[in-house]
Design a protein around this ligand. Structure first.
Ligand SMILES: Cc1cc2nc3c(=O)[nH]c(=O)nc-3n(C[C@H](O)[C@H](O)[C@H](O)COP(=O)(O)OP(=O)(O)OC[C@H]3O[C@@H](n4cnc5c(N)ncnc54)[C@H](O)[C@@H]3O)c2cc1C
Length: 471
C-alpha cells in the first residue's frame, strides 16, 4: 500500500466502518473486472457507504486527498464504465448498501428508492404497491436503479415507456465537492429553471453520484399478450411494427427483432429452449399490455397478426397461450447476450437509427463489411421498436478469435461511419464508458464535445468522478 494512502483509508474506515473498506485482493476482485471480463482494473480500495451522509463524507474525504472515485452499482456495464483503470489510484465507491425503498406514494404513482436497490426489487416494490415500474432488462437481477439512471438504460419497454430518463422525476445527488443536492421531488411539472436531474441521468458517474431517486409508476398491466412472428426480412419487420402500432396503439410495449443466427446460437448454448417457429430468417417478439381488466387485447393481437400473415407481411405467428409460454419466449430473447458471451469474442455494436432506415442500413452495412472481411458472420438482434440494434459480428469460420479481435477498430469504423452517414447513433443504450471514448471524439460534433467538457469542468473541476470515462 502506498504511504499516502494510509490516512485516506483510515479516514474512510472512520466514516463507513472498517468492514466496509475492502483492500484484500480477493475482496476487491469482483469490483475491478466487468461483467464481460473485458476490462480489468485495480483499486486502492472498495468503499461501501450505507447512507447518503456517508457517501457525501467519502466524496469530501476523497476530494481532500485528490483520490479519484469510480461509482459502481451492480457492475453490469457493457462499456467498462464501472471498472477502475489499471494504475490502482482509484477508490471504487459501491452504492450496493444504499438499498432501501424510502417511500411509496400510490396516489402520486411514485416510488422513492435508494441508488443501490436492484432493478428487480424496484419492480417488486411497485408491484406490492399495486402499480408497475416498466424498466426491464436482462441484467435486472444484478443491476441497480442508480446504475440504470447513470447509464440512461433502455431495455425492452422503451417503445411505450421511454428510457430511464423518462421514468425519473426526482434525484438526490452527491456532488464532486461532497455537497448533497436534494432534488427528491415528486413533481410531474416543475419549470423552475434548468432541469438539473437530467444532467446526471446518463452521465455515467462523471458529474455526480446518484444516491436516491423518485420514480414514476404506472397502472399495472392486467392483460398481457406475447407473440412471436416469423418474417422474410427486416422490411417486413418494420411494416409489421407499423401495423401493430395501428392495431394496438400505445398498448404495444415491446417489439424485438431476432435473427435466426441469434436464435440458433442461443438454442445451441441452451438446448432446453424450444424452436417455436423453425426455419425462418427473422423473427419479431411482440409484447402488448393493457391495464384494463377484461381487455380483448389477445384477440386484437391475434387478429392483427392474422391479417399480417394473410397480407404476406408475416410468414407465420404464434401467440403464447400461458404466462409460462410468454416467459419462455422472453427468456429465449434474454439469453442471447449470455450465449454470445459463452461463444467468445464478438465485435459488438449498440447502434440506433430511425426505424425506417434500418433495412437500408442492414443491406449497405453487409455490402461494405463483406467486402472488407469476406466470410464475416452476422449476429443481429435488438429493440427494433426503438430503432436500436445490437449489430454484432462473429469471425469467419476459419479465422481464429485472436486474429479477429485485431480487426475490431477497422470493422467498427465501417459500421460507425455508415451509422453516422445515416443520421444514427453509435451508442444507443450502453453509453461510452472507456470502450467508446475514441468514437465519441471522432463522431460527435466539436461543439457537442466542447459543451460536454464545459459541463464536466463546471461540476467536477478536479476531475475526481470517474476520470477517463466519457469525456
Ligand atoms: C445481460 C445484460 C443485459 C443488458 N441489457 C441492457 C439493456 O437492455 N438496455 C440497457 O440500456 N442496458 C443494458 N445492459 C447494460 C446496462 O447499462 C446495465 O445493465 C445497467 O443499466 C447498469 O446498472 P449497474 O447498476 O450494473 O451499473 P454499473 O455497471 O455498476 O455502472 C454503470 C455506470 O454508471 C455509473 N454508476 C453506477 N451507479 C451510479 C450511481 N449511483 N451514481 C452515479 N454513477 C453511477 C458507473 O460509474 C458506470 O459508469 C445490460 C447489461 C447486461 C450485463
Amino acid at each position: 500500500m502506498a504511504e499516502s494512502a494510509v490516512p485516506l483509508l483510515s479516514s474512510l474506515k472512520t466514516i463507513v466502518g472498517e468492514a466496509n473498506v475492502l483492500t484484500e485482493d480477493a475482496d476487491v476482485a469482483p469490483y475491478v473486472t466487468d461483467w464481460r471480463n473485458a476490462f480489468h482494473g485495480r483499486a486502492r480500495a472498495v468503499v461501501r457507504p450505507g447512507t447518503t451522509a456517508e457517501v457525501a463524507a467519502v466524496v469530501r474525504t476523497c476530494a481532500e486527498h485528490r483520490a479519484p472515485i469510480v461509482p459502481q452499482g451492480g457492475n453490469t456495464s457493457l462499456c467498462g464504465g464501472a471498472t477502475p483503470h489499471a494504475n490502482g489510484s482509484e477508490i471504487v465507491l459501491s452504492l450496493a448498501r444504499l438499498a432501501r425503498v424510502r417511500a411509496v406514494d400510490a396516489a402520486n404513482a411514485t416510488l422513492t428508492v435508494e441508488a443501490g436497490v436492484p432493478l428487480a426489487r424496484v419492480q417488486q416494490a411497485a408491484d406490492e404497491a399495486g402499480l408497475f415500474f416498466p424498466l426491464s432488462l436482462a441484467a435486472e437481477g444484478s443491476c441497480t436503479i442508480g446504475g440504470n439512471l447513470s447509464t440512461n438504460a433502455g431495455g425492452t419497454a422503451v417503445l411505450r415507456f421511454g428510457n430511464a430518463r423518462d421514468l425519473v422525476i426526482g434525484l438526490e445527488v452527491v456532488l464532486a465537492d461532497g455537497r448533497v443536492w436534494e432534488g427528491l421531488k415528486g413533481l410531474r411539472k416543475d419549470n423552475t429553471g434548468y432541469d438539473l436531474k437530467q444532467l446526471f441521468v446518463g452521465s455515467e458517474g462523471t458529474l455526480g453520484i446518484i444516491t436516491a431517486a423518485v420514480l414514476k409508476l404506472f397502472p399495472k398491466p392486467r392483460v398481457s399478450a406475447t407473440a412471436l412472428a416469423a418474417l422474410a426480412d427486416v422490411d417486413a419487420a418494420v411494416a409489421l411494427l407499423s401495423q401493430l402500432k395501428q392495431a394496438l396503439g400505445d398498448r404495444l410495449t415491446g417489439f424485438e427483432l431476432i435473427s435466426h443466427h441469434a436464435l440458433d446460437l442461443t438454442r445451441a448454448a441452451f438446448p432446453a429452449f424450444a424452436d417455436p417457429l423453425p426455419g425462418h430468417p427473422w423473427y419479431a417478439l411482440v409484447q402488448a399490455d393493457d391495464a384494463s381488466d377484461g381487455s380483448p387485447l389477445a384477440a386484437q393481437l391475434e387478429a392483427a397478426l392474422g391479417a399480417a400473415v394473410e397480407s404476406g407481411t408475416a410468414r407465420d405467428a404464434t401467440i403464447a397461450q400461458s404466462a409460462a409460454q410468454a416467459e419462455a419466449l422472453w427468456s429465449l430473447r434474454e439469453h442471447i447476450p449470455e450465449a454470445q458471451r459463452r461463444e467468445g469474442h464478438n465485435i459488438k455494436h449498440d447502434i440506433s437509427l430511425a426505424v425506417s432506415r434500418i433495412p437500408a442500413f442492414l443491406r449497405e452495412a453487409q455490402v461494405r463489411l463483406d467486402a472488407a472481411a469476406p466470410g464475416l458472420r452476422y449476429m443481429v438482434f435488438g429493440h427494433l421498436g426503438d430503432g436500436n440494434l445490437h449489430y454484432n459480428l462473429r469471425p469467419p469460420v476459419n479465422v481464429a478469435l485472436e486474429v479477429f479481435r485485431r480487426d475490431t477498430a477497422r470493422l467498427n469504423r465501417i459500421v460507425y461511419d455508415l451509422v453516422t452517414e445515416m443520421g444514427g447513433s453509435f451508442s444507443a443504450e450502453h453509453g461510452i464508458g472507456q470502450l467508446k471514448r475514441e468514437a465519441l471524439t471522432h463522431y460527435k460534433a466539436e461543439v457537442e464535445i466542447d459543451l460536454m467538457r464545459r459541463i464536466k469542468r463546471a461540476l467536477d473541476p478536479g476531475s475526481l468522478l470517474n476520470p477517463g470515462k466519457v469525456v
